[in-house]
Design a protein around this ligand. Sequence first.
Ligand SMILES: *Cc1c(COP(=O)(O)O)cnc(C)c1O
Length: 380
Amino acid sequence: MGKIQMVDLKSQYLRLKPEIDNAIEDVIMSSAFINGQPVKNFASNLEEYLECKHVIPCGNGTDALQIAMMALGFIPGDEVLVPSFTYVATVEVIALLGLKPVFVDVDPDTFNIDTEDLKKKITPNSAGIVPVHLYGQCANMESIIQIAGDNDLKVIEDTAQALGANYTFSNGKVQKAGTIGDIGTTSFFPSKNLGCFGDGGAIMTNDSDLADLLKMIANHGQKVKYHHDTIGVNSRLDSIQAAVLNVKLKELDDFAGRRRQVADKYDAAFKDNDLIKTPSRSEQSTHVFHQYTLILDKSIDRDKFKEDLAEKGVPSMIYYPLPVHLQKAYNNYGFKEGDFPVSEELSNRVISLPIHTEMREEDQSIIIDAVLNTIKDHVR
Ligand SMILES: *Cc1c(COP(=O)(O)O)cnc(C)c1O
């Protein structure tokens, strides 16, 4: 009996071991470690799964965002609208390319970009919007696509946390997260919903010209070897990682089902407690529960709560303790406390519980009891 962990990658591996080991061994025997057949197969397998015309594998989810912004022709000074409550990677690439991050607050229920605030932040310099499907649930894509269309903006969906989620438009049309905007990006970091055994990422688009450009930029700006038409980067998915992903992609919907089962059980256990708010579920999007994130009541001391859980053997994480506009690295953009009140409030009150594909019932019971008992202690 191991310790309870936030994610249990080892048990998942053991369940899929024979197939994964064979796939890895095949790559080693072929010695085609870069751009081998598994990479090509994975791109087409993911295209088929997402019902998306083009998937371009790359080195990681951060590269995917950078390559997407390069391909869309954003130039220094262009403004890119991005939620202030996200993982730093989304903002980092905007800054690295000399673009200007324009933060948008998030919706207090879904944690995703607030489309009313988004409208207010658009200027003649706006070039694009990067909605982040945080924790595994799609942002309000119907509004975002509408706003982007009205203002001639490009949309890059950061799908690192929501691969496999379905979004339903009001006309009944269903699309997979990452295939709705001009470009979608994702990450195969080991703990993501579809994770490999190292770094990996991918870029999705239905636009064939854009796909050519994305492929070229990811490969040193060349279409023909040693002929460089544009400045590019070197960002590749290794064959071994692709081989692992080919096995795991077949399980992705099952993975989401297992995560959802854990979430349902947490929801049921916590629903009557006024001091913890369980994750809202959007009517438009399925939730693949990359994270299961509670909002604690203002009266609860979160640091102490987290410590007390740890003492009971229950790990937890804060995603994310400081919104990006208040990070030291982004000081020069001149934001201050109070600028994005919802993001700031969430940063102070969220806490994520263990959720993964291999959760054992007894472990989840321990977690639930620990949460409820700790809450009780804090009220007293
Ligand atoms: C993980 C993540 C990324 C970055 O992916 P890497 O593969 O680690 O570069 C980007 N955006 C979000 C929202 C993420 O969760």
